[in-house]
Design a protein around this ligand. Structure first.
Ligand code: GLU
Length: 448
């Protein structure tokens, strides 16, 4: 069975780049009846907060990306300790005592000699006397994983065949001097323990994958399948960061972006599939294939999202929004109302305005009182439907001679108070004869 995980660190709010990763994993699992794990990579106690963890869960729920299993790395420290001890016994991790200044200095020197800044493994050279000296000074070791200097190859679902050589990589630090874990080991241990089969993540992790492949082997496990996607940038090509408030899920939601508009956009941005509004995640999952992801850098375009948001609303059935309309206090909203106004919405909240236009007191505009009176006299009797408008207009043209913009704009202003909006033939039966009469007479609707 396919098992994937989305593994954010709760050190900030989710932005659209993170969501793209969550969604890719979710759709990948869903399209193969697999499982989706939400794993909070919260080993960094200083920067991880409960508030961020909660916001991650809320954002995913809002998007409909529910998880089958929730894991927290902070609850699994014993397991990492145990694994570390095994790796020590197997001679795959070794103690190092350099300070970060010393490491910086080494790297600078290597660079100035035109060499890559690869750790020189001096930790392996320390003799017993030196180790005693460091301990006497009170230095605490950090622990590095000893890479095998051989070929590391994997087939990436996005990048194709990937090849590294162990000798071109630094032995990674697994545990800091203060005993806290860096990303590398817990992630691999979790992927093994949680039986993760497919890892979909950003291409900033490709070199980590090379290291982790050796970690999986050292842990006696087979590596999962990998897919590394190019990272999403903003429209100007700048990378996204957790500190960029405007790109967070929350700010999108507050701006009136529909969850499914964001899902529709992020599921296909940067892929060979065309972006179109999808009203359900299941529809998106049907066509989802991570290998359709391209190698170019996708740019997040807020204007394209806005267009998609409107298109999605225009295609949304009443069942999906009825409860939301009631939640906004729009008690007269029904299927006819929704069908009349949905194609005029850019944001869902725009329905409030049209509900008011149809059912409440509004300021209408009567530029010519005699016009109002003349057309009011010709109003058909109820019951009204979508054909009423045409009958009324034909009578007005025939009896009063108004036509073109001398007819339609004044009518729209008189009936809705606005110079734009849904088709009047749809609005007319919703507004109803009594209210139309009042508006044409320039009266407030009062108790109609
Ligand atoms: N916490 C890591 C990150 O947010 C997870 C990377 C991974 O998927 O392995 O980059």
């Amino acid at each position: 069975m396919t098992v994937v995980r989305f593994a954010p660190s709760p050190t900030g709010y989710l932005h659209v780049g993170n969501i793209r990763m969550a969604l890719a994993n979710w759709l990948h699992a869903r399209s193969s009846n697999g499982r989706f794990i939400l794993r909070l990579d919260d080993t960094d106690k200083e920067r991880s907060t409960h508030e961020y963890a909660t916001s991650i869960e809320e954002d995913l729920k809002w998007l409909g990306l529910e998880w089958d299993q929730l894991e927290r790395q902070s609850a699994r420290l014993d397991r990492y300790r145990e694994t570390l001890e095994k790796l020590k016994t197997a001679g795959r991790v070794y103690a190092c005592y350099e300070t970060s200044e010393e490491l910086d200095y080494k790297r600078k020197r290597q660079r100035s000699q035109g060499k890559p800044p690869i750790y020189d493994r001096s930790g392996l050279e320390l003799d017993a006397a030196k180790l005693r000296e460091y301990e006497a000074e009170g230095r605490k070791p950090h622990w590095r994983f000893k890479l095998d200097h051989n070929d590391i190859k994997f087939d990436d679902l996005v990048r194709g065949p990937v090849h590294f050589h162990g000798s071109n990589l630094s032995d990674p630090v697994l545990v800091r001097g203060d005993g806290t874990y860096l990303y590398m080991l817990p992630s691999a241990v979790d992927d093994v323990d949680m039986a993760v089969t497919d890892v979909i993540r950003g291409e900033d992790h490709v070199a980590n994958t090379a290291v982790q492949i050796q970690l999986f082997e050292a842990l006696g496990a087979l590596p999962p399948t990998f897919a590394h996607t190019p990272l999403l940038t903003d429209i100007s090509g700048k990378g996204l960061s957790k500190r960029l408030g405007s790109m967070t899920v929350n700010s999108m939601r507050e701006d009136g972006v529909e969850a499914m508009a964001l899902n529709s956009y992020l599921a296909r941005i940067g892929t060979s599939d065309s972006i179109m509004p999808c009203i359900s995640l299941d529809d998106l999952a049907v066509d989802f294939d991570i290998s359709h992801t391209g190698r170019g850098t996708p740019k997040f375009d807020p204007e394209q999202l806005k267009t998609l948001n409107a298109a999605l609303l225009h295609a949304t059935p009443i069942e999906d929004v009825y409860a939301r309309m009631l939640g906004l206090g729009l008690h007269r909203a029904n299927a006819d109302f929704w069908m009349a106004v949905r194609s005029n919405l850019e944001r869902f909240e725009d329905v409030i305005l049209w509900h008011k236009v149809c059912f409440d007191d509004i300021e209408t505009v009567i530029e010519d009182v005699s016009f109002g009176k003349a057309v009011a006299d010709l109003l058909p009797v109820e019951p009204w439907d979508e054909t009423t408008w045409k009958k009324w207009i034909e009578k007005i043209k025939e009896k009063k001679g108004y036509k073109g913009k001398n007819l339609f704009l004044p009518l729209r202003l008189a009936l809705s108070g606005l110079d734009h909006g849904p088709e009047l033939k749809m609005l007319l039966p919703l507004i109803g004869r009594a209210r139309v009469m009042q508006r044409l007479e320039g009266k407030k609707d009062g108790n109609v």
